[in-house]
Design a binder for this molecule. Structure first.
Ligand SMILES: C[S@@+](CC[C@H](N)C(=O)[O-])C[C@H]1O[C@@H](n2cnc3c(N)ncnc32)[C@H](O)[C@@H]1O
Length: 352
């Protein structure tokens, strides 16, 4: 039987008191997947060292084309991703970071004024709120008020992931995007591994089995999601590895959209999508996921789900999508095939 309050207290104890910096972590689960695109590296150079030393993420879950957007960072910690997003959304956008650990929030809040000066902003466009990712209403986040939800190595720590996803898709605007990096497991994590406080705090014990994640999204009406990147986590510490047993862990970056018209497999309606090359961070191509790279100006045949992700979201102005769903040509042959976690690259969504 799980004691959710105990699990949360343990996590707070680790991130508030035990871990002083990311050097204290014993696994590469947090801080995996390190390389950042050049435009994000430029922003990292503007972020204070204290924030960077207390960065415990496992990826770089900040999507492109967020200028002017409202971004919500779940489990923002000391604020690395929230501050990077603050710079990218600019003065017309807004970023809200939510975390349950006072010590993490104290650091993030202490840096707001200095970061705004470094970004050249006259007013703060970011605020940090104490709250729980399972109860975003409690943190004052209204229905359909957010364009993009990001999160970096946090959802695995929640004892109630169903509530987290339900809250995410409540607060997202229609067509809004969830873009997050997290730790996943190739099987359901056994109770003894999950009950190990250190493995749990190191973002391993609470890792989601990728098929349960897919089912949770589907229950919430989201029939397709996309893997942007995936890599296997190696446990260098022999004691930790022994306690984790046979479970295989993956760091994955995922995107999912609040779109209710997605189907559970890819279907072919003859849609064609052309990237206009108008996203300033990436004028030559746009990577939707690990098997969709749109070259600017080049027409690509896409399934109905991909077409919806491009034309019913904030990406619409960057794509010309032609076609509708009046004629169905059968299932869409998306490759690579669905179960990519078995070859260490990650899991696919319903599509591809
Ligand atoms: C692995 S750290 C990641 C922090 C941050 N995203 C980063 O990349 O540095 C996990 C963070 O999530 C917070 N957290 C864990 N469970 C939470 C929950 N249920 N509600 C709110 N915050 C939570 C912890 O306090 C901690 O700051």
């Amino acid at each position: 039987m799980l004691d959710t309050a105990k699990e949360m207290d343990q996590v707070r104890e680790y991130y508030g008191k035990i871990f002083k910096s990311n050097r204290d972590l014993k696994s590469s689960a947090c801080c995996a997947n390190g390389s950042l695109p050049p435009y994000q590296r430029e922003i990292i150079n503007l972020i204070d060292d204290e924030i960077l030393q207390k960065f415990y993420g496992c990826g770089s879950p900040i999507p492109m084309a967020i200028e002017g957007a409202v971004v919500l960072d779940l489990g923002c910690g000391t604020g690395r991703d929230a501050f990077m997003s603050s710079r990218l959304v600019g003065p017309a956008g807004r970023v809200i970071g939510i975390d349950m650990t006072d010590e993490q929030l104290d650091v993030a809040r202490r840096h707001i004024d200095r970061q705004m000066i470094r970004f050249g902003f006259l007013q703060p466009n970011v605020d940090f709120r104490k709250g729980y990712i399972e109860d975003l209403a409690g943190a004052g986040i209204d229905d359909e008020s957010v364009d993009v939800v990001i999160s970096n190595c946090v959802i695995n720590l929640s004892p109630d992931k169903r509530s987290v996803f339900s809250e995410i898709f409540r607060v997202l605007k229609p067509g809004g995007e969830l873009f997050f990096s997290d730790v996943f497991a190739g099987r359901r994590v056994p109770e003894d591994v999950r009950g190990d406080a250190q493995l749990y705090a190191e973002c391993l014990g609470g890792a989601m089995y990728k098929e349960d994640f897919r089912r949770m999204l589907a229950e919430g009406g989201i029939a397709d999601y996309r893997v942007v990147s995936a890599s296997r986590i190696t446990l260098e510490d022999p004691a930790l590895s022994a306690r984790a047993g046979m479970v295989d862990f993956y760091s994955m970056t995922i995107r999912a959209f609040k779109l209710r018209n997605l189907e559970d497999i890819c279907e072919d309606y003859g849609h064609i999508a052309v990237y206009k090359g108008t996203i300033s961070e990436s004028p030559h191509d746009f990577v939707l996921d690990d098997h969709h790279r749109f070259i600017a100006g080049k027409p690509m045949l896409v399934c109905g789900n991909t077409a919806a992700m491009l034309e019913d979201t904030r990406y619409a102005r960057h794509f010309q999508v032609t076609g509708d769903r009046t004629t169905h040509y059968g299932p869409f042959d998306c490759s690579p095939a669905s179960d990519r976690i078995s070859d260490d690259r990650g899991a696919g969504g319903a599509c591809c």
